[in-house]
Design a protein around this ligand. Structure first.
Ligand code: EPZ
Length: 427
């Protein structure tokens, strides 16, 4: 498997352009199924999850035309099946958004149980509850396939037991054509939820309240193709902001929406970073020592769980002891063992982690345990004394476009080594 090899202690400096949001595009690409027309999607990130979503669209019979690295046209007038294959679905958790989209348009969807990052149990009971409220029947699981069908989708009220991004997305997709009014209560408010609603409305849907905890969808009879540009990635931006702090550098992230980054900005300022906000840029610089702080991850607008591993790395180097409370996932500390190899001192007990500060991290061979855990290993390697080799980088490249190039552009000493090169070197 390919690896990253990073020599630490370079202070990052300069500007980095942020790509389109992964968690928005993996919802918007399945949503093009609803159009029954041609949609042009711009500012898509060039990452593995996008490639998987486009392969699934093509497998369904859509015309998929890559205009350039960041622009694609999807023609969903030619869909021939409502079944997604295991091979493709298992590569990406968000493959389950095709259930809501296919059910919404055709009243039928056969999609395998999703794959994706493992943070403990990842049920989809709220998704299925939403589909049932709209009149769909979900057959008992057979061959690992979720089989949903409905003679007619009828609007209804759905009260989510907990805030769920995925369930909010899937129910919105299933409800776009449902007769009458659908109300999602206790809905997720993430920026990617708003982006999806804006995309659907640009096709002629009637969705109000996205970004609040009550979303109302009035069924329409048809939708039309559209041209739409994906919002910048909140978590990619936050990761580069954290990289500036980890290396005591001075980095400007460009093409961002500062409002989406408020909780991350606030936490980094609490640690002692200096942050300047502009219309579409944020500049982060950091003194030699940062302060400890406590972090509780929460649904938006709280501190995002997808930044939890990254902030943990910063806290290992800050003065004093910090506490992290993971408020969303059952077990999102699988990266801690890998960080310990680099000298971190973190005690984990369930959803709580106590992080000893003042560590001098040192390079070591480590693994990316999942997407954001992998990003955390990169941050640790950038700060560590010596050389770090990171394996399983495919997890990281699911969500970060051109990571090596962007970091090298900021002065990082990082390179991607293929397995073949490693074999030749050892020979
Ligand atoms: C989305 O996952 C994101 N993935 C995750 O980001 C992110 O961590 C998460 O939202 C929270 O923001 C995508 O958008 C593709 P949830 P999702 O449904 O939708 C429980 C990344 O790094 N729950 O909001 O799967 C669930 O177990 C990825 O980009 C149920 O119990 O998350 C969790 O404890 C990792 N039943 C909580 O709700 C359900 O039916 C929140 O999950 C659904 C969820």
């Amino acid at each position: 498997m390919d690896k990253y090899i990073i020599r630490g202690e370079n202070r990052l400096h300069g500007t980095v352009d942020i790509s389109g949001a992964k968690n928005a595009v993996v919802a918007i690409l399945p949503a093009t199924v609803l159009a029954g027309d041609v949609c042009r999607i711009e500012n898509i990130p060039n990452i593995a999850d996008v490639n998987t979503a486009l392969e699934i669209l093509a497998e369904l019979g859509c015309g998929v035309r890559r205009i350039d690295r960041h622009t694609v046209e999807i023609d969903s007038t030619t869909i021939v099946t409502q079944t997604v294959s295991h091979d493709l679905a298992k590569k990406m958790r968000a493959s389950y958004y095709f259930i809501g989209a296919l059910l919404g348009r055709f009243g039928r969807a056969r999609v395998p149980m999703p794959g994706g990052c493992y943070f403990g149990v990842r049920p989809i009971d709220q998704h299925l509850k939403g589909f049932a409220c709209l009149g769909a029947t979900v057959s008992p699981m057979k061959d690992g396939m979720i089989d949903a069908h409905a003679d007619k989708m009828v609007g209804s009220s759905v009260y989510l037991d907990m805030v769920s991004v995925g369930a909010t997305v899937n129910i919105m997709l299933a409800a776009v054509y449902a007769e009458g009014l659908t109300v999602i209560e206790n809905a997720a408010k993430e920026p990617h939820i708003v982006d999806l609603a804006n995309f659907l409305n640009s096709m002629g849907a009637d969705i109000r309240g996205a970004g609040t905890d009550v979303i109302k969808i009035r069924g329409v009879s048809r939708l039309y193709g559209t041209t739409y540009s994906i919002i910048p990635d909140q978590i990619e931006a936050g990761t580069y902001m954290a990289a500036a702090v980890a290396t005591h550098g001075d980095v400007t992230v460009r093409n961002v929406i500062p409002k989406h980054l408020e909780s991350i900005t606030a936490k980094l300022q609490e640690m002692g970073a200096t942050i300047e906000e502009f219309d579409e840029e944020i500049r982060v610089s950091c003194p030699d020592k940062t302060r400890h702080c406590n972090v509780k991850t929460m649904p938006h607008p709280g501190f995002p769980t997808d930044m939890q591993p990254q902030i943990a790395v910063l806290l290992t180097m800050a003065e004093g002891t910090s506490i992290i409370n993971e408020g969303v996932w059952e077990n999102r500390f699988r990266y801690v063992d890998e960080l310990r190899r680099m000298g971190a001192e973190i005690q984990v007990d369930g959803k709580l982690a106590v992080v000893q500060g003042d560590s001098q991290l040192t390079g070591a061979p480590v693994k990316a345990m999942d997407l954001r855990a992998g990003a955390a290993m990169v941050l640790a390697a950038l700060a560590a004394k010596g050389v770090t080799e990171i394996e399983e980088i495919q997890f990281i490249e699911r969500g970060y476009e051109d990571l090596v190039e962007k970091l090298r552009g900021l002065g990082a000493d990082i390179r991607r080594v293929t397995e073949e090169e490693l074999v030749i070197k050892q020979a």
